[in-house]
Design a protein around this ligand. Structure first.
Ligand SMILES: *[C@@H]1O[C@H](CO)[C@@H](O)[C@H](O)[C@H]1NC(C)=O
Ligand SMILES: *[C@@H]1O[C@H](CO)[C@@H](O)[C@H](O)[C@H]1NC(C)=O
Ligand SMILES: *[C@@H]1O[C@H](CO)[C@@H](O)[C@H](O)[C@H]1NC(C)=O
Ligand SMILES: *[C@@H]1O[C@H](CO)[C@@H](O)[C@H](O)[C@H]1NC(C)=O
Ligand SMILES: *[C@@H]1O[C@H](CO)[C@@H](O)[C@H](O)[C@H]1NC(C)=O
Ligand SMILES: *[C@@H]1O[C@H](CO)[C@@H](O)[C@H](O)[C@H]1NC(C)=O
Ligand SMILES: *[C@@H]1O[C@H](CO)[C@@H](O)[C@H](O)[C@H]1NC(C)=O
Ligand SMILES: *[C@@H]1O[C@H](CO)[C@@H](O)[C@H](O)[C@H]1NC(C)=O
Ligand SMILES: *[C@@H]1O[C@H](CO)[C@@H](O)[C@H](O)[C@H]1NC(C)=O
Ligand SMILES: *[C@@H]1O[C@H](CO)[C@@H](O)[C@H](O)[C@H]1NC(C)=O
Ligand SMILES: *[C@@H]1O[C@H](CO)[C@@H](O)[C@H](O)[C@H]1NC(C)=O
Ligand SMILES: *[C@@H]1O[C@H](CO)[C@@H](O)[C@H](O)[C@H]1NC(C)=O
Length: 419
């Protein structure tokens, strides 16, 4: 009886050992990242400096290969892959999804092309994923938006296309940066952003996004940069934008936005850069511009809209302003506004180095001494426009004037020598 039990026990033990061996073997097999790296290497079609060809040799542990870093403890697992800026051509093979310990993946500044494999969505420890300045095309596999560890997605300047899922960040609670500018994305800007509580940098410029600016963006209270310029966005600038209390830069230029400028924007005291030019914005400049406290503003560009009314004098209190561009609007060119403008200029301790204005009176000559670049659109008062060039009294303005640019963007004078 006892012997039988012992036999059964021994058999069980053997079986367990077998299981362990099997499990161990399987673990060893799946845990080696070498096959995935070799697959990656085999998909490189051009390696101008023969870096991978010579360095990625199976004679040495892959943890010592150039650009590869492994976790220090336990089995060798790849945690970081940095092959940026090596002139490489090639595609990303699906085996990349086997590097399940990868947290950092940077292949920016190369010529990688083809589609992004859906297997990237299996990298469930990935934090930094950057492949900007490559030639990737096709859609972003939606599986990537499921990698909840991800903090940094920089795909800018590729040829990626398709639309983004409406709940793009519902599974990305740690996302801090999403940079998709200079691609060929289309469709609506996603409307649900509530889950992206950590998002600080959102760049979607120079794509083909259509539709409205979703007011849900107003929920991204940590947002510092919001760039949506050069798309096909229409409708209004949502007043909810005023909720973005951390915003430092807002760029919406070159869209088809048609609304008044919400006064709530001037409630954002952190704002330093505001580009709204080249839209169909109308109405007058909000008077909140005067009651508010956006005195950190360095760039205010409202050019090429349909703004009316006069320029509020209080702009003269914006002492950080370095670039002001108001040209091509219907802002009044009355003497009164010119005076307001003079007032504005004289309020400066140091004058802005660049100035674009819809109307400038000759009495500004004295105040323009610090100006380096003068861009004038339509001068409505006491201005001579000769052969399309502005030849006003401004000739010889200040010793610092280096360039004068007409509405047609012709440089018509340098170093004070106009024409
Ligand atoms: C599995 O890995 C361990 C240590 O990492 C090693 O001792 C063992 O020989 C490996 N087994 C196989 C089957 O490669
Ligand atoms: C590959 O590059 C790494 C980092 O520069 C270096 O430490 C290693 O010795 C190189 N290996 C070979 C085989 O050239
Ligand atoms: C690997 O090592 C073998 C023998 O040490 C050598 O003959 C071979 O050239 C090496 N391969 C590479 C790619 O360095
Ligand atoms: C990726 O690599 C590029 C080029 O080396 C570098 O400029 C960039 O800072 C890296 N990105 C991240 C997030 O580390
Ligand atoms: C590398 O890729 C670029 C863009 O995909 C292509 O124009 C170029 O011909 C490729 N170069 C080589 C050597 O394969
Ligand atoms: C690696 O990934 C490929 C493709 O995703 C898969 O077919 C293969 O089974 C994986 N290999 C290992 C060792 O996990
Ligand atoms: C995009 O990248 C290409 C090289 O891949 C570069 O020539 C081009 O200037 C970049 N465009 C922008 C807008 O950065
Ligand atoms: C994302 O994850 C959820 C749950 O984890 C899963 O049901 C879904 O299929 C995943 N989507 C993609 C595109 O991988
Ligand atoms: C952008 O989208 C519009 C409307 O969907 C389309 O007519 C246009 O051809 C697209 N432009 C580009 C450059 O893809
Ligand atoms: C902002 O978030 C709150 C709470 O998460 C939600 O109720 C509200 O609908 C969101 N607003 C928008 C405009 O999405
Ligand atoms: C600006 O902020 C103040 C205080 O936070 C608030 O009372 C006011 O309504 C806001 N104005 C606009 C136009 O959003
Ligand atoms: C500029 O600010 C001062 C004090 O902060 C204030 O008294 C003055 O009225 C402001 N000027 C304008 C034109 O708003």
């Amino acid at each position: 009886m006892e012997k039988a039990a012992t036999t059964v026990f021994s058999l069980a033990l053997v079986f367990m050992k077998f299981l362990i061996a099997l499990g161990g073997g399987a673990a060893n097999y799946t845990s080696s990242d070498e096959p995935a790296l070799l697959a990656f290497k085999s998909h490189i079609t051009y390696d101008p400096n023969h870096i991978l060809a010579t360095n990625w040799s199976t004679n040495t542990s892959f943890c010592h290969w150039l650009g590869v870093s492994c976790r220090r403890r336990g089995q060798n697992r790849v945690t970081s892959l940095d092959l940026s800026n090596m002139g490489l051509n090639g595609t990303i093979p699906p085996q990349i999804g086997n590097l399940s310990f990868l947290t950092y993946f940077n292949i920016s500044y190369n010529h990688f092309n083809g589609h992004l494999p859906a297997e990237l969505g299996r990298l469930h420890r990935l934090k930094v994923f950057t492949l900007h300045f490559n030639d990737f095309s096709g859609e972003i596999p939606t599986s990537i938006f499921n990698v909840s560890s991800i903090q940094w997605i920089n795909f800018h300047n590729n040829s990626l296309s398709g639309s983004l899922p409406d709940d793009v960040c519902s599974h990305l609670p740690k996302l801090r940066l999403l940079w998709l500018s200079y691609n060929e994305f289309s469709g609506d800007v996603p409307s649900h952003w509530g889950e992206c509580r950590e998002l600080q940098y959102l760049y979607l410029s120079v794509n083909n996004f259509t539709g409205f600016i979703p007011c849900g963006i107003g929920n991204l209270t940590l947002l510092k940069h919001l760039y949506l310029s050069t798309n096909n966005l229409r409708g209004v600038i949502p007043p909810e934008m005023g909720n973005l209390h951390s915003l430092e830069a807002l760029s919406l230029f070159s869209n088809s936005l048609a609304s008044a400028i919400p006064s709530s924007l001037f409630n954002i005291t952190s704002l330093q850069v505001l580009y709204l030019s080249n839209n169909q914005l109308f109405g007058s400049l909000p008077m909140d511009i005067c009651s508010s406290d956006v005195h950190r503003l360095e760039i205010l560009s409202l050019a090429s809209n349909q703004l009316t009314g006069s320029i509020p004098q209080c702009i003269g209190n914006y002492t950080s302003l370095e670039f002001l561009d108001l040209h091509e609007n219907k802002l009044s060119g009355k003497r009164q506004s010119s005076l307001a403008f003079t007032h504005f200029l004289t309020q400066y301790n140091s004058l802005p180095t660049q100035l674009e204005a819809p109307s400038i009176g000759t009495d500004l000559r004295k105040t323009l001494m610090g100006l380096k670049v003068l861009k004038i659109a339509i001068l409505r008062i006491r201005v001579v426009v000769k052969d399309g060039f502005c030849v006003v009294d401004l000739i010889g303005v200040g010793g610092k004037l280096e360039a004068m640019v007409s509405r047609q963007q012709h440089a018509v004078g340098t170093r004070g020598r106009v024409q």
